[in-house]
Design a protein around this ligand. Structure first.
Ligand SMILES: N[C@H](CCC[C@H](N)C(=O)O)C(=O)O
Length: 270
């Protein structure tokens, strides 16, 4: 059975998008998601995105990391699907309902209300999540935010100096994080600008992470380090994050359709 896909990206954070609304899709197992995402033996992407029908929104969107694990949110992919949809959309995700709309700066996504309680992140035990009394080598006293998926955020004088490829997986898999964690290393450039690099749970270092930008911006705002509208610069480019008066996170940035293709399902393990 041949299955169509759209290859997309948001600031280089790339996706294979399957649309179950237009064709029958197989069950997306961990094995199949990881095989499709594999850059050597599969199509290759940071996340596999699967669309299908919804009773509560225009459609449902699911996200699978490169290791096949499912995530509750994916900011860059939400903008990519918003672009594909071409008009404002309400989208059901595991992390809640989000809305997208085209804007002059690309696509805006209402990512909803962030959560901060230790058991909403989740952490393995009760802890202050604004300034956590923990550390890994030089990365210390982080903050944690759930924006539909879990993030820990470290503020450091120079994010580029951090050996993220080495320390990222150590933190991702620490027992403090029962669902693992996305690891954000941020430098505050000004009250309106943050530089950010991310080790993503289940996918490793990516060129950009939309939920990471949202979580980092909100974490910095909670600490009084930046204003309520901030530009986050990642290796792949820039996003605008606003934490509005309703307590909702609005992320705005580009999204790109790269190409369309199809694959033979029997070429991949179930
Ligand atoms: N690249 C995504 C983040 C995926 C998050 C995933 N790594 C997880 O939470 O497991 C983004 O733009 O928000």
């Amino acid at each position: 059975m041949r299955i169509g896909f759209v290859k997309m990206h948001g600031l280089g954070n790339d996706f294979v998008v399957l649309d179950g609304r237009s064709e029958a899709l197989p069950e997306i197992t961990t094995t199949l998601a990881a095989a499709l995402a594999n850059r050597h033996t599969g199509i290759g992407c940071d996340q596999l995105v699967v669309l299908d029908g919804s009773d509560v929104a225009d459609f449902r969107m699911r996200f699978f990391n490169a290791d096949g694990s499912e995530s509750g949110a994916c900011g860059n992919a939400s903008r990519a699907v918003g672009l594909l949809h071409g008009r404002p959309a309400r989208i059901e995700t595991q992390g809640g309902i989000l809305t997208t709309e085209p804007s002059e700066a690309g696509i805006s996504v209402d990512m909803g209300v962030p959560r901060f309680d230790w058991d909403a992140i989740p952490l393995g035990f009760a802890m202050d999540t604004l300034t956590m009394p923990v550390g890994w080598e030089d990365l210390r006293d982080p903050t944690a935010v759930n924006v539909g998926n879990p993030h820990v955020i470290f503020f450091t004088p120079d994010t580029d100096a951090v050996d993220l490829a080495r320390i990222g997986p150590i933190i991702e898999h620490d027992p403090l994080f029962p669902e693992r964690i996305n690891v954000n290393v941020a430098t505050i450039a000004s009250r309106g600008a943050i530089r950010l690099r991310v080790w993503e749970r289940g996918s490793g270092i990516t060129l950009a992470c939309g939920t990471g930008a949202c979580a980092t911006a909100v974490g910095a705002m909670r600490r009084g380090l930046v204003d309520r509208r901030v530009e986050v610069t990642l290796p792949g480019g820039r996003l605008i994050i606003e934490w509005n008066a309703d307590g909702r996170i609005i992320m705005t940035g580009p999204a790109t359709e790269a190409f369309r293709g199809s694959f033979e399902l029997s070429d991949f393990p179930a």
